[in-house]
Design a protein around this ligand. Structure first.
Ligand code: CMC
Length: 379
């Protein structure tokens, strides 16, 4: 029997058929249900984009209004969740807190009938509405502040900022966060979406599937890179230090965070949109030296890595934007999770529509027919 060829990291191996999103990594194209990301970033909202991802087409005004109304009652956290949030260790990472709390959300929510579309929709709404509030409340408790009641009249983006800061965000702050959520909402079969579909395929339900996806997103090679990018820019200290820092990284063959992507071999289209957002924010709130440092790193990287297809990814500019919005560094990845919950749930629904348990093969590299020795006879 011939040994199947191993593809490390399953790079490029199709794991499912999906109509949720599309990427052309060479041309730098990302589209959700056929709609280009640049257009969605400019014209859509996170709620509308989520409807699109879940239903395959843009909503009518009446459908969008009804969707927002369906979400509103689920902003409020069950008392058991509030008690659990208060008991969580404050020193833990917010992504660890979120993973635990999403699993617990399933424990306090009605059991989901996976065969019933209405039941699947209800579970999806509960997760989408609760995730931002869970992130905001954990942050507030870490700061030693009282929790703020969610405001159902606000959008998901504005309610998140309200619950975290206890202050209603300005129109531009809401719009910028909302746009960042649209940009991060979905991205084909990345590691966390794959994890979500694998867990979903065992027919365990939305809460455990999303909880598994949150854990997967946490890693520095995936969603965790945005934190590292900001630390990196702070470490460089200014554009005048960028060249020496960059040359040392290249000489050491070390990775520069925020550059490179498994599928994009040109600049990530989301990085273009985030850069536009950053500029808009700096015009209204004043610039930051970190942005100038990032631009200098981008210029140096284009010369050194451009021919190898290593260009800025979505995380290159997101941290700078979030920092300017007053969001703590370790809440950047949870914001990615708030956004990606929309995409994970679109994939969860798609997986449930035609489920097949994931059970890949392996190439065995161990020994055969190993000799058994009793404990006292082993050297
Ligand atoms: N800086 C320097 N060299 C790099 C980088 C980088 N950021 N990314 C890739 N390379 C080099 C790497 O050193 C390797 O070189 P060599 O062939 O000489 O050993 C080659 O390119 C291939 O690297 P790889 O890691 O095997 O390639 P990949 O396709 O698995 O890379 C990646 C994808 C995202 C893991 C990688 O580019 C990386 O680690 N980037 C930094 C972390 C980062 O910014 N992650 C955020 C990804 S976007 C957000 C998301 O969608 O989750």
């Amino acid at each position: 029997m011939s040994t199947p060829e191993l593809v490390p990291g399953l790079a490029g191996v199709p794991a499912a058929e999906s109509s949720v999103s599309f990427i052309d990594g060479t041309q730098g194209i990302l589209a959700y249900r056929g709609h280009r990301i640049e257009v969605l970033a400019e014209k859509s909202t996170f709620e509308e984009t989520t409807w699109l991802l879940w239903n395959g087409v843009l909503p009518t005004r009446a459908q969008l209004d009804a969707f927002k109304q369906e979400l509103q009652p689920y902003y409020a956290l069950a008392p058991e969740l509030v008690a659990a949030l208060k008991a969580l260790p404050r020193k833990g990472h917010p992504m660890e807190a979120l993973q635990a709390m999403v699993a617990m959300l399933g424990m306090v929510s009605p059991a989901c009938d996976l065969k019933d579309e209405a039941s699947r929709h209800d579970a999806s709404l509960r997760v989408l509405a609760a995730v931002p509030v869970l992130v905001a409340c954990f942050e507030r408790l870490r700061r030693g502040e009282e929790l703020v009641e969610p405001d159902p009249s606000l959008s998901i983006a504005a309610n998140f900022l309200w619950c975290m800061n206890g202050v209603k965000p300005s129109a531009i702050e809401e719009r910028i966060l909302d746009c960042a959520l649209v940009l991060h909402a979905e991205h084909t079969m990345n590691a966390s979406t794959f994890a979500c579909r694998v867990v979903a395929s065992t027919e365990t339900g939305a809460y455990t599937a999303v909880s598994g996806a949150v854990g997967t997103l946490y890693g520095p090679l995936h969603g965790g890179a945005n934190e590292r990018v900001l630390k990196q820019l702070e470490e460089i200290g200014g554009p005048e230090n960028a060249k020496a820092w960059f040359d040392a990284k290249v000489a050491a063959k070390a990775k520069v965070m925020g550059l490179g992507h498994r599928v994009y071999k040109t600049k990530d289209p989301r990085a273009h949109s985030l850069q536009n957002l950053a500029r808009e924010l700096f015009e209204s709130h004043g610039s930051t030296p970190l942005y100038d440092t990032a631009l200098e790193i981008e210029r140096l990287a284009a010369d050194t890595f451009g021919s190898r297809g290593i260009w800025p990814n979505v995380d290159f500019f997101s941290g700078i934007v979030y920092q300017k919005l007053g969001i703590p560094t370790d809440v950047f990845t949870p914001i990615f999770a708030i956004a990606r919950t929309a995409g994970w749930l679109a994939h969860w629904r798609e997986q449930m529509g035609d489920n097949k348990l994931f059970r890949p093969g392996q190439i065995y590299t161990g020994v055969h027919d190993a000799e058994w020795k009793d404990l006292d006879d082993r050297g």
